[in-house]
Design a protein around this ligand. Structure first.
Ligand code: IMP
Ligand code: MG
Length: 181
């Protein structure tokens, strides 16, 4: 696994510190409110579980699974719900927890879809952002890190379903995915 990575972009220490800060900010912003955290499967799992433990408020957890990528490293623009929410979010304060915003197509679709269910409020918390690749405008309310246009893996992020369990974020060697890009 290590051979496929060119360099560590965000260490375990750095990301732990940043996730704690985000949790504190969210705790302050949602004080006195009922919050539904919605994790986008599968990429957000690590971020979601760490972040949830840093939010010192009663929260409801729910998950949605969407597909936009397949095995390639480029967004197809086609988003499909593979697993929908269990909870009804009408009248609730919703915070979407996502691994990374790249083109923005996935989150743009998700926000529109969830808005139609009439939550009281809807915000986005993203672990990583690649602003240089944006195709549609997405307002990210809470953000872990901006990263350059490199394909990264670890801390939930995958390439062809691999590397999700790395405890840090690293750049994948281009030769690993070159034939797909
Ligand atoms: P978007 O629709 O282009 O914004 O893509 C968002 C999704 O693409 C994320 O939820 C990830 O699953 C995937 N993705 C985008 N960039 C990367 C990356 O660098 N590494 C791993 N997955 C990525
Ligand atoms: Mg993915």
């Amino acid at each position: 696994m290590e051979r496929d990575q060119s360099k560590i972009l965000i260490s375990q220490e750095e990301l732990t510190k940043r996730v704690r800060e985000l949790g504190q900010q969210i705790t302050r912003d949602y004080a006195g409110k009922e919050l539904v955290l919605i994790g986008v499967l599968k990429g957000a799992v690590m971020f979601f579980s760490d972040l949830a433990r840093e939010i010192k408020l009663p929260i409801v957890m729910d998950f949605i699974a969407v597909s936009s990528y397949g095995d390639a490293t480029h967004s197809s623009g086609v988003v499909r719900i593979l697993k929908d929410l269990d909870e009804i979010i009408e009248g609730k304060h919703v915070l979407i927890v996502e691994d990374i915003v790249d083109t923005g197509l996935t989150l743009n679709y998700l926000v529109d879809n969830l808005k139609s269910r009439k939550p009281s409020s809807i915000k986005i918390c993203c672990f990583l952002d690649k602003p240089s690749r944006r195709m549609v405008d997405v307002k990210v309310d809470y953000k872990g890190f901006d990263i350059p246009d490199e394909f990264v893996v670890g801390y939930g992020l995958d390439y062809a379903e691999k590397y999700r369990n790395l405890p840090y974020v690293s750049i994948l060697k281009p030769e690993i995915y070159e034939n797909n890009r």
